[in-house]
Design a protein around this ligand. Structure first.
Ligand code: DQA
Length: 143
């Protein structure tokens, strides 16, 4: 099965209790379990991770590059300013950028992304279902 890493940045481990009006009621644990199932149905070996540490997250992007694995990235707030994350993402073979909320309908600082220019696709504002869409896209368009 094709390996895909789903990498989540800061505060996404709080899904379910963090601003449910913005991010929904699904908990991070529920989302992670669901995405492994979704992946299995698509023939993907999905591994879901979350970190509040930028260095750890960069290490995971390096790991994806070494594994030649596609990545689904929700880098949370790092999306908007971390060029270190953007540079590390540039090393992976292919990635889809996901945001649960519609970042373009929110504060100005959320309109900028260090990831979008190199993304194979960008999914925003579709709730946690955006991750399923990203996996479906990767499964439907093998490299
Ligand atoms: C987010 C949007 C970011 O602006 C925010 O900092 C997050 C989550 C989203 O999934 O909608 O942490 O990436």
């Amino acid at each position: 099965m094709t390996k895909v890493l789903v990498l989540n940045g800061p505060n996404l481990g709080r899904l379910g209790s963090r601003q449910p009006d913005v991010y929904g009621a699904t908990t991070y644990a529920q989302l992670a379990e669901h995405l492994v199932e979704t992946g299995r149905g698509l023939g993907l070996d999905v591994e879901v991770r979350q970190s509040d540490s930028e260095g750890e997250f960069i290490g995971w992007l390096h790991e994806a590059a070494d594994l030649d694995a596609d990545v689904v990235i929700n880098a949370g707030a790092w999306t908007h300013y971390s060029h270190a994350i953007g540079d590390a993402a540039a090393l992976v073979p292919r990635y889809v950028e996901v945001h649960i909320s519609n970042v373009h309908a929110r504060e100005e600082f959320r309109h900028t992304s260090v990831l979008s220019a190199r993304a194979a696709g960008i999914i925003v504002g579709c709730g946690v279902g955006g991750y399923d869409l990203a996996l479906a896209h990767l499964a439907a368009t093998p490299r």
